[in-house]
Design a protein around this ligand. Structure first.
Ligand code: G4P
Length: 280
């Protein structure tokens, strides 16, 4: 995945998303359950406007279930409807159509009041790169839809995908750009794969992760690396993990790059367990 979000790209993505919004009844905002705020772009409010919105927390299989519950309350308090899914395995997918129908009820009621036959409700999925838009569309469509690039402007004829009898989904999602003005947001996006980790310093990103895990998930760190006490000092923590994993260079020194690599991959592949990187 390459994303190069130049200001021109962002303007174009925004324009395209705004155009698509005009065609639909309900906006589906797709977020990463591990980083619900960092995977959000505030410009969504401007793009979605007053359209009813369903928030989907995807990749819930990788997120901490207790924190996911906190995030559900958070978004519900904001007045949004929320669904938690695992698009890869198809968990939670069924309730999407139901929730979309509920959100669109005022629109359906209006059609009925005018004596019209209510048509299928039209929805659009919006989200940052790699959050799982294509995977979710394929799940809902029950087939494989060609993936378009993560660059705005890669357009093809738009089609509606039938999801049950009462919902239609635009087959190309709206792409939002990740917002990483804040360094912590950048680290979270790098850790979860929304942006290339190369953009961020690998060791710095792992330092961020280990600091967070020491505070929020000490047991998981202890279990994974077979340590009984987590040192306060971050270098000491690197040393302990490095020794346990045999990450040594000549002279018996610790190879910090290798330790970073191991911890980063362990997080990515879920070997550290279900982890959410931010709390409401
Ligand atoms: P995008 O269209 O928003 O850019 O995202 P896409 O669907 O391509 O998904 C990005 C990656 O996230 C894919 O993995 C996909 O399999 C994975 N993914 C999507 N939804 C879920 C989910 O609910 N749970 C988990 N665990 N993963 C999910 P990839 O690394 O690109 O490919 P692969 O390793 O799966 O082959």
């Amino acid at each position: 995945m390459t994303i190069q979000w130049y200001p021109g790209h962002m303007a174009k993505a925004r324009r395209e998303a705004t155009e698509k919004i005009k065609l639909i009844d309900v906006v589906i905002e797709l977020l990463d359950a591990r980083i619900p705020l960092s995977s959000r772009n505030p410009v969504i409010d401007e793009i979605a406007g007053e359209k009813p919105r369903l928030i989907i927390l995807n990749k819930s299989d990788l997120a901490d279930p207790a924190k996911t519950d906190q995030w559900i309350s958070y978004f519900e308090n904001e007045g949004h409807s929320v669904v938690v899914v695992d698009s890869q395995k198809g968990k939670g997918i069924k309730s999407i159509s139901e929730k979309v129908q509920l959100l669109a009820k005022p629109i359906t009621d209006k059609m009925i009041a005018k004596g019209m036959n209510p048509r299928a409700i039209r929805a659009l999925i919006l989200g940052i790169p790699n959050v799982g838009k294509s995977t979710l569309i394929n799940r809902l469509a029950n087939k494989k839809i060609a993936k378009i690039g993560d660059k705005p402007g890669v357009t093809k004829a738009q089609q509606w995908i039938k999801v049950g009898k009462e919902m239609e989904l635009l087959d190309t999602p709206g792409i939002l750009w990740p917002k990483f003005e804040d360094q912590a947001v950048g680290y979270r996006l790098a850790l979860t794969g929304a942006i290339k980790e190369e953009i961020f310093d690998f060791q710095d990103t792992t330092v961020f992760l280990l600091r967070y895990l020491s505070k929020e998930y000490p047991r998981k760190l202890e279990e994974r690396y077979g340590i009984t006490h987590i040192p306060e000092d971050i270098v000491d923590l690197f040393d302990v993990i490095g020794k346990k994993r045999g990450c040594l260079v000549s002279g018996g020194h610790i190879d910090y790059d290798r330790v970073s690599e191991i911890v980063f991959r362990d997080f990515r592949t879920g070997k550290l367990g279900t982890i959410t990187l931010e709390t409401p």
